[in-house]
Design a protein around this ligand. Structure first.
Ligand code: PLP
Length: 408
């Protein structure tokens, strides 16, 4: 028995899923973009503002202590959720983008030299490309793309073959947001480790869908974003090996990240606080903690199993649609489907689908190099979550057929 057996009850916990869009029931297939929030998350944010609002880590009064306790409890929850070795390894950030920039500017840039290489796959989100390009441009290093295959899978041997004595960091997405591919990150982490090269795994699209165990993966850095994990926007984390966090200089300076400030010199707080200057998104992280509680109660294994069922249904359905080309055909994949349709632009399809109540994303999905590889400027992307249903897949197919008739 799983709570997901009563999917109507589960859906009822997500208020926005009950919305009508253009008079039609919402079919929300844009979960890779951002996930809907359960009432528990909305209530946690609201309860912080109505009952506990105060700044964290600086006030001794009751409200300050309550806010700090709730905020720091979210760190414990996230640490356990992703299998971090300790809570000190969890740095709160605004999301994956900030987490990767933190690693780029604080960990890598200070020692980067001309000719050094940063190896990332060709299926990365721009967030795992552009920060490296920025620091490479400043230092004379270069970003090297690792090959992918026509099926949208990582060429693992090809990536490993590109690791050499100049490689300073290896970056790889756990799950591709554009293709749905689940990458064998363990193999890349192990190969990098064997060569003494640090690895960064982008878990933005993995953590919401299956159990992640950062300690078992043993990567140097794991990054994720809270809003895709059913939490509030503006929340996320960098999970990093303690030795790196100890050695890394602060990324941004300000209050709370210091031990003592004087005009003769400043000493810094211990990790993770060294990397969390200023007043954080307190309500957001409390909401993220509530999201994790909610996910734990439902169970990540049950979530993964349901999403596998939905993925298979959707894959079968899409394969049966004439003139539809799926971009990416990885054997190991999440319920994320990019496709193009003969004679119709992705944006037109997405716009007309919206009129039928179906929310999908269209465009390049912040993965220009992936789109270039497949020779398409844009795709339609339908990304499902556990709260989606087989009826919604049917409604999506009906809407797609209607849209195609309109565009014919
Ligand atoms: N990496 C991947 C794989 C993503 O899918 C996304 C968001 O779409 C990001 C990074 C960036 O996340 P955020 O915008 O929350 O920082």
């Amino acid at each position: 028995m799983s709570q997901l057996d009563d999917i109507a009850a589960i859906r009822a916990e997500f208020p926005q899923l009950a919305r009508l869009i253009h008079g039609k029931p919402l079919v929300y297939f844009d979960n890779a973009n951002t996930a809907q929030k359960p009432r528990a998350v909305i209530d946690a944010v609201s309860s912080y503002y109505t009952e506990h609002n105060a700044n964290v880590a600086r006030a001794v009064h009751t409200l300050g202590e309550e806010a700090t306790t709730l905020y720091e409890a979210a760190r414990d929850k996230l640490a356990r959720f992703v299998g971090a070795r300790s809570r000190e390894e969890v740095v709160f950030t605004r999301g994956t983008t900030e987490s990767i920039n933190l690693v780029a500017y604080s960990f890598l840039r200070p020692t980067l030299k001309p000719g050094d290489e940063i190896l990332v796959s060709r299926m990365e989100h721009h967030a795992n490309i552009v920060p490296w390009q920025l620091i490479a441009a400043e230092t004379g290093a270069k970003v090297v793309p690792a090959p992918i295959t026509e099926t949208g899978e990582l060429d693992v041997d090809g990536m490993i073959a590109l690791m050499n004595e100049r490689t300073r960091l290896v970056g790889l997405t756990h799950v591709s947001n554009a293709l749905g591919t689940i990458n064998p990150v363990e193999r890349i982490i192990a190969a990098a480790k064997a060569r003494g090269v640090p690895s960064l795994i982008d878990g933005s699209q993995a953590a919401p869908h299956f159990r992640v165990d950062v300690a078992a993966l043993d990567c140097d850095f794991y990054v994720l974003t809270g809003h895709k994990l059913f939490g509030p926007t503006g929340t996320g984390a960098l999970i990093a090996k303690r030795a790196h966090l100890d050695a890394m200089p602060p990324f941004m300076g300000g209050g709370e990240m210091i031990r003592k400030v004087s005009f003769d010199g400043t000493t810094f707080n211990d990790p993770p606080h060294k990397f969390e200057p200023g007043t954080p998104n307190i309500a957001g992280f409390i909401g993220l903690g509530a999201a994790i509680d909610w996910l734990n109660a439902v169970g990540m294994d049950a979530i993964a199993a349901r999403e596998t069922m939905l993925r298979d249904r959707m894959l079968d359905a899409l394969r049966g649609v004439d003139g539809l080309r799926l971009i990416g055909a990885a054997r190991e994949r999440a319920a994320v489907f990019s496709f193009v349709v003969e004679g119709a632009h992705a944006h037109d399809i997405a716009t007309l689908l919206d009129h039928e109540g179906v929310a999908v994303r269209s465009g390049h999905h912040c993965t220009h190099p992936t789109m270039q590889f497949f020779g398409v400027p844009a795709t339609v992307r339908a990304s499902l979550s556990f709260y989606n249903t087989e009826d919604e897949i049917a409604a999506f197919l009906t809407a797609l057929a209607k849209v195609r008739r309109m565009l014919a």
